[in-house]
Write a protein that binds this ligand. Structure first.
Ligand code: NAG
Ligand code: NAG
Ligand code: NAG
Ligand code: NAG
Ligand code: NAG
Length: 474
């Protein structure tokens, strides 16, 4: 029985083009039935000595009910969370397929009892601040304590079916309802120890501010945010205007929170955003730090030709100083990027001749970043996109060993095919993210409209906010 299942799964996983294949459907059925039978007779978990590819993970993910998780037997770490988002593994591991109910470790993914933003209940008047676990409110090495403050409803988007024929009941969702007392992290550095401390706060303006280059922030990231990877699990956004957070910017934040569960979210610039989307986001995401700095007007003694160049430069400086993942405010993540955190430096193509800078992922002070940065000293051109998009492409050809180019997986479709985003349903099953080019999208978008918006935009927003891309019944 177990052997049969193994063979079936192996066969299933090894099919590259399962999506269009009737055999695939039969195999899925067969695997599900087998897993169900296995559950009934409680055969011991299956040991499989193998490495699993992304396709396998996706396939496992899509099987849904039968298999709940794939667990690294040595570290007891979950590699593929079937009932959750897609986790990543890149080495050969000894893993087992877990079936049945999610067990103890998954409890950390549930939103905290005292502070339930996921359910979008109307705020209770005098909520007591979230209770900290008895011994400490220090969140460093043990990020499980830490993620319990982050909303994490399960993601069950089906990546095989792109017909958008079936509708489903989507959760009620309103940004007007959020807990008034929230959790908040602060950096704490004393002597040699650096850590994150969780306290509670009343206001969505109450966010710790540090100066750019702050040493304590660097130390906390080094100490707390790396896990086993060279790139820390930190997200950087740049915000230098005193204005409200827009809808897609909000969805971008939510995508980072859902798929990366970041250690920290750093907002670089002279302001933090405001408005109802910001208030909601801050109330559910405790891990925001404001990295205060003025927007540069010149670089290496040359006046900036466009205001946009300031943000181009700030993102490079942010990654040189701290490392992490830079996201444009209209770049929306569609899955976890953990598998890329092993590379010193990652970018993706926007076109064949350019690399997009909407998504840049780097270890602190990666060599590639320094080459890129110095292009502003040696070769700053007053055209709009030269240093931001063409230079990295040139550098990637010159120093291929310093960069991992992740195809078009962050910016596909690009602006040349923007119609596929606004007026069609694009199959983004292999994307890590998508750039929405929101400046060109003129239609109103909000949490009500996206429920029935039968386009790529609608699907992406539902995937991020509801954990499922399908259209909503109401
Ligand atoms: C959504 O759009 C697709 C085409 O992209 C169409 O085939 C499908 O029927 C539409 N769904 C609904 C419920 O109208
Ligand atoms: C919350 O607000 C109340 C009064 O408005 C104040 O007394 C209390 O100290 C505040 N708590 C925090 C954690 O800021
Ligand atoms: C980055 O590395 C270069 C050498 O490669 C060094 O000169 C520079 O000081 C480093 N910068 C930071 C911020 O660590
Ligand atoms: C990224 O792009 C490559 C090549 O187009 C593809 O094979 C892969 O599945 C993509 N997606 C992910 C998540 O790796
Ligand atoms: C905006 O909405 C209208 C009507 O709902 C639709 O016809 C049009 O294609 C939309 N435009 C874009 C850019 O999505």
């Amino acid at each position: 029985m177990a052997k049969h299942l193994l063979t079936t799964i192996t066969h299933f996983f090894s099919r590259p083009n399962i999506r269009n294949s009737v055999t695939g459907i039969l195999l899925i059925l067969s695997v599900t039935v087998n897993a169900y039978l296995l559950l009934q007779i409680r055969v011991k978990p299956l040991p499989i000595r193998n490495s699993i590819s992304l396709e396998q993970k996706n396939a496992a993910f899509l099987q849904g009910q039968g298999v709940v998780a794939i667990v690294n037997k040595r570290s007891n770490e979950r590699i593929v969370e079937i009932a959750n988002d897609i986790q990543q593994v890149d080495t050969v591991v000894d893993f087992e397929i877990k079936k049945g109910k999610l067990d103890e470790p998954d409890k950390i993914n549930e939103p905290p009892k005292q502070n339930p933003p996921a359910k979008h209940n109307p705020p209770k008047k005098q909520k007591s601040p979230p209770k900290q676990k008895t011994q400490s409110n220090v969140y460093c090495a043990d990020t499980s304590k830490w993620t319990q403050h982050i909303v994490n409803p399960k993601t069950d988007t089906n990546l095989l079916d792109w017909t958008f024929k079936k509708k489903r009941k989507c959760p009620a969702f309103s940004v007007d309802e959020y807990p008034k007392v929230r959790s908040k992290v602060s950096l704490q550095c004393e002597g040699k120890s650096s850590k994150l401390v969780m306290t509670s706060a009343n206001s969505t303006r109450d966010i710790q501010e540090v100066e750019f280059g702050n040493k304590c922030l660097q130390d906390v990231i080094n100490n707390c945010c790396h896990g086993k990877y060279v790139v820390p699990n930190v997200v950087h956004y740049i915000w230098y205007a005193d204005k409200e957070l827009g809808y897609f910017q909000f969805v971008s934040f939510m995508s980072a929170l859902r798929f990366m569960k970041p250690c920290l979210i750093l907002i670089h610039g002279s302001y933090i955003p405001r408005g109802k989307y910001w208030d909601y986001f801050v109330s559910i995401s405790p891990n925001i730090i404001h990295v205060k700095r003025e927007r540069p007007t010149e670089i290496f003694g040359q006046k900036l030709a466009y205001p946009e160049h300031a943000s181009d430069i700030m993102r490079i400086e942010a990654l040189i100083a701290y490392g992490g993942v830079y996201l444009d405010f209209d770049e929306i993540l569609l899955r976890n990027v953990e598998s890329l955190r092993k590379y010193d430096y990652t970018q993706g193509h926007e076109r064949d001749v350019t690399l997009g800078s909407q998504f840049v992922m780097a270890r602190r002070n990666a060599t590639f970043l320094n080459y890129w940065y110095h292009s502003y000293r040696d070769d700053y051109q007053k055209t709009w996109a030269w240093n931001a998009l063409w230079v990295p492409e040139k550098l990637s050809k010159k120093y291929p060993n310093l960069i991992h180019v992740e195809g078009y997986n962050f910016t596909r479709p690009n602006w040349q095919h923007v119609d596929l985003i606004y007026n069609a349903n694009y199959d983004w099953s292999t994307n890590y993210g998508m750039h929405m080019y929101v400046r060109w999208y003129k239609n109103v978008t909000n949490n009500v409209i996206i429920r029935k918006l039968n386009t790529t935009i609608g699907a992406v927003c539902r995937h991020v906010l509801f954990g499922n891309k399908e259209l909503c019944v109401r």
